[in-house]
Design a binder for this molecule. Sequence first.
Ligand code: ACO
Length: 326
Amino acid sequence: VRSVGIAGLGSYVPERIMANVDLEKIVDTSDAWIKERTGISHRHIAAENETTSDLAYRAAQDALKDAGISAEELDLIIVATCTPDMLFPATACILQEKLGVKGKPSFDLEAACSGFIYGLAVGSQFIASGAYEKVLVVGAETVSRVVNWQDRNTCVLFGDGAGAAVLQPVEKGRGILSFHLGGDGAGGDLLKVPAGAAAMPASAETVAQGLHYLHMSGNEVFKFAVRVMGDAALKSLEKAGLSKEEVCYVIPHQANMRIVDAAMRRLGLPMEKAYVNLDRYGNMSSASIPVALHEAYREEKLKNGDILVLVGFGAGLTWGSMVLKW
Ligand code: ACO
């Protein structure tokens, strides 16, 4: 089994910024409430003609450049998204076309906000086994397209964006040291977009009832998130044979500052070890972790040999964590 690591990172967020004060004009909310309950101050929202694959394309180009390779050299393209351009074709195929290459295996992976960690875990298997050399994993979302902009309980929480990583073989003992993935379908009702796919095709009725929008039981998701983040992080550390004291940075899913705070406390690590940027982006689902990882890298916070833990949770329910040696 070969060791696999990240050879390049990239990210992209739409230009348009929506601040909390802009939301005050749309729903009955306030900048103070949103900041206090979530930690978010603004988020980026895709332009009308901008799709998930467009964001994925910009992030992918950035990651390819960072890795110093062309799209032609990729053996596989994985896009983790729960807001694909269409039900099919896969956004990964649309991305391939935008990257100007042909013949590459390309597929989407749906694990909601845990999608990027799932994507890294899946993509790395092809390299570990020796089947492929270079795999592109993108987490890309336009969550703004599925939120109800009249529902203050949800519309204030999310943002759009994309992050990408190029995986390749690395020297033994570096890169991905371990991962832990989990799921619980019994919690599927806590967070879902009920209509618009095959179980409940879009109709005038589903639209009238708002069933094509994201529906969430915020408090339940909150409790689940706090519990699972700490536990998942500890499980992957245990698999890597490392103690939590050896962790340099935790890159958590960026849903809510209070969730990050509670999860870090559960983990028994100080908040300084968590990389947080949700104040500027909101929850970008599968894009949150790669955008945060890319930012930490760009800000030169990650040093050679540092131990990082990526950890996330999302609809499904799903969760995942991964230990990396930088
Ligand atoms: N502005 C003002 N008031 C609001 C807003 C708002 N934007 N949203 C809700 N409120 C009100 C509620 O109506 C409620 O009023 P009431 O007491 O009169 O009924 C009050 O504020 C308190 O509501 P709570 O739901 O108890 O607020 P809480 O502090 O729990 O925060 C939140 C809600 C932010 C949604 C929190 O529960 C949360 O972050 N949950 C996790 C969500 C999450 O992470 N989702 C993403 C999962 S990832 C994925 O896969 C997409």
